[in-house]
Design a protein around this ligand. Structure first.
Ligand SMILES: Cc1cc2nc3c(=O)[nH]c(=O)nc-3n(C[C@H](O)[C@H](O)[C@H](O)COP(=O)(O)OP(=O)(O)OC[C@H]3O[C@@H](n4cnc5c(N)ncnc54)[C@H](O)[C@@H]3O)c2cc1C
Length: 418
C-alpha cells in the first residue's frame, strides 16, 4: 500500500516542497497531495512596488496549478481542521484527506479584524494595507489622489512577514513624493512597536539613520490599541495618538485559523517546531515550514527557500527511519529597497545579526551588505523572474542554505566604534 504525504498550502514553501519531494520519493510508494484555498499564486515581494505603479497586479500572479508537477494532486479547498488522532485533514467542502505524513505550509496572513477600528469606516478610504493584492491595488489608487498631509506608515505588532517591507514602503514613498513634487507638503511618519527602526541592533541603527536622513519622523514603542475613524488617528495603549490623512498599516499577522482549531498552534496560530528540523514538537509525523512555523527568524521567502533545502534531505531520512542529520541555522536574507533605484541587502541567521560585507561571493559581491547600491536594487527586481522560473519549480540555486561568515565584517564593538 502506498504512503501518503499531504502538504497544506501551495505558496512559496509548499510549492517548492512538492516539486523537490516528487523527484526524491518513488511514485510507486508515495502519493503526494497539496491543498490550497485558491488557484492564484501571488508574488508577494512585488506587492511593495504595486502602489507606486512599478508593477501591476497581472505581473504579480500566476495560476498555482502551473507550478504543481505531474504526479502531485492539487486540491483546491479551504482547510477546516486536522484531526491528529485520526491522521486526517478535514476540508470545509466536506472532503477528507488521510495522511501518513503532513507538512503545514499555510503561511501567515494580515488580520485587520484583530485591531478595533481598523476595518471601520475609513478602511480602504484613508486606511490601507499593502500585504494583499486587493490592498496594494486600492492603495495605488489612493496615492494617485493624495496631494499632501500626514502619511503614516504603521506596524501593528511583530512578527510580520518580511519585517523590512514597511521600512521599504516608507523609503519608496519618500522618493515617490519627491518625484511628484509633493515632498514638502507631506509629513511622513513611521510608527513601530519596536524601540527602533528594526529588530537587530546594527541594521536598526543603519536603517534608523536612513529614516533620519530622509526626514521621516519615527514614533517608536507604539502598541496600537485602536483606530479612531472619526478623528483619523491611531491610539496606543499608553494613550498616545498619531493623527493621519493617509494610513498605510501592516495589520497583525497570524497563522491560519485551522491551526488553532486543530490544537496545533501557539497564541498567534504558529506551529511550534524544532527550529533545526521543522518537526512538530508534538507529533512525529507533522512538519511545519515557512511562515506557518514558530522558528525564531524572519518570516521571509528566503527563509522558506533555505529551509526547504534542509528539510527535503531530512524528510527522506526521517520516513526511512534514519536520523535527521541536517540542521537549519535560521539563515535569512532580504533586499531592502531604499528609493531612487537603490537597495540594501541583509544576511543573517539565528546567532549572527546582519553585518556589513559582500554577498554571495566574499570580497567580490556583486551585492553589498547593509550598503545602498544599484546592484542590490537590480538584484531585487531580478528576483521576480528567479521566483517563477527557478525557485518555485524547485530547481537548484547556487546559494548555500547555511549562512557564511566569509566576506562579512564583524560588528563594531563599543571599543572599536568610538
Ligand atoms: C509585501 C510583502 C513583501 C515581501 N517581500 C519579501 C522579500 O523581499 N523577500 C522575501 O524573502 N520575502 C518577502 N516577503 C515574504 C514572503 O512572501 C513570505 O515569507 C513567503 O511567501 C512565505 O511562504 P509560505 O509558503 O510560508 O507562505 P505563503 O507563500 O503565504 O503560502 C501559504 C499558502 O497557504 C494557503 N492557505 C492558508 N490558509 C489556508 C487554508 N485555511 N486553506 C487552504 N489554504 C490555505 C494560502 O492560500 C497560501 O497559498 C514579502 C511578503 C509581503 C507580504
Amino acid at each position: 500500500m502506498s504512503r501518503r504525504l499531504v502538504v497544506l498550502g501551495a505558496g512559496t514553501a509548499g510549492t517548492m516542497i512538492v516539486n523537490k519531494l516528487r523527484r526524491r520519493l518513488s511514485r510507486e510508494e508515495w502519493e503526494i497531495t497539496v491543498v490550497d484555498q485558491d488557484d492564484v499564486h501571488p508574488y508577494q515581494p512585488g506587492l511593495l512596488f504595486l502602489p507606486f505603479g512599478i508593477y501591476d497586479a497581472e505581473q504579480l500572479s500566476r495560476p498555482r496549478h502551473e507550478f504543481v508537477p505531474d504526479g502531485v494532486e492539487l486540491v483546491i479547498a479551504e482547510i477546516d481542521r486536522v484531526d491528529t488522532a485520526e491522521d486526517t485533514v478535514y476540508l470545509t467542502d466536506g472532503r477528507t484527506l488521510a495522511y501518513d505524513y503532513l507538512v503545514i505550509a499555510t503561511g501567515t496572513s494580515p488580520r485587520p479584524d484583530q485591531t478595533p477600528g481598523m476595518l471601520g469606516s475609513e478602511w480602504r478610504r484613508s486606511v490601507f494595507d499593502f500585504y494583499t493584492l486587493e490592498g496594494a491595488t486600492a492603495l495605488a489608487q489612493a496615492l494617485q489622489g493624495f496631494d499632501g498631509g500626514r502619511l503614516v506608515v504603521h506596524v501593528t505588532d511583530m512578527p510580520i512577514k518580511c519585517p523590512v517591507a514597511p521600512l521599504e514602503f516608507t523609503f519608496l514613498a519618500e522618493a515617490w513624493l519627491r518625484e511628484h513634487h509633493l515632498r514638502d507638503r507631506v509629513e511622513l511618519v513611521f510608527v513601530t512597536p519596536l524601540p527602533g527602526a528594526f529588530t537587530k541592533p546594527v541594521a536598526s541603527a543603519r536603517l534608523g539613520g536612513l529614516l533620519e536622513e530622509r526626514k521621516v519622523l519615527v514614533e517608536s514603542d507604539f502598541l496600537v490599541e485602536s483606530i479612531d475613524n472619526d478623528r483619523k488617528c491611531l491610539v496606543s495603549y499608553d494613550e498616545r495618538e498619531v493623527p493621519f490623512d493617509l494610513l498605510v498599516t501592516v495589520p497583525l499577522n497570524m497563522g491560519a485559523d485551522f491551526v488553532e482549531r486543530s490544537g496545533l498552534g501557539d497564541e498567534l496560530n504558529y506551529v511550534p517546531v524544532d527550529k533545526r528540523t521543522f518537526l512538530s514538537t508534538a507529533h512525529d509525523n507533522i512538519f511545519a515550514i515557512g511562515d506557518a512555523s514558530d522558528i525564531p527568524t524572519s518570516k521571509a521567502g528566503s527563509v522558506a527557500h533555505f529551509s526547504v533545502e534542509v528539510f527535503v534531505d531530512n524528510f527522506v531520512d526521517h520516513v526511512a527511519g534514519r536520523a535527521m542529520v541536517e540542521w537549519f541555522d535560521g539563515h535569512a536574507n532580504c533586499f531592502i529597497e531604499s528609493g531612487d533605484k537603490k537597495a540594501l541587502l541583509i544576511d543573517f541567521n539565528y546567532d549572527t545579526e546582519p553585518l556589513t560585507g559582500t554577498y554571495p561571493v566574499p570580497y567580490v559581491g556583486p551585492l553589498g551588505l547593509l550598503k545602498e547600491t544599484r546592484a542590490n536594487h537590480l538584484g531585487k527586481l531580478a528576483f521576480r523572474w528567479i521566483y517563477w522560473n527557478v525557485l518555485l519549480p524547485g530547481r537548484p540555486i547556487p546559494l548555500p542554505a547555511h549562512m557564511s561568515m566569509a566576506g562579512k565584517h564583524p560588528a563594531p564593538t563599543k571599543e572599536t566604534s568610538r
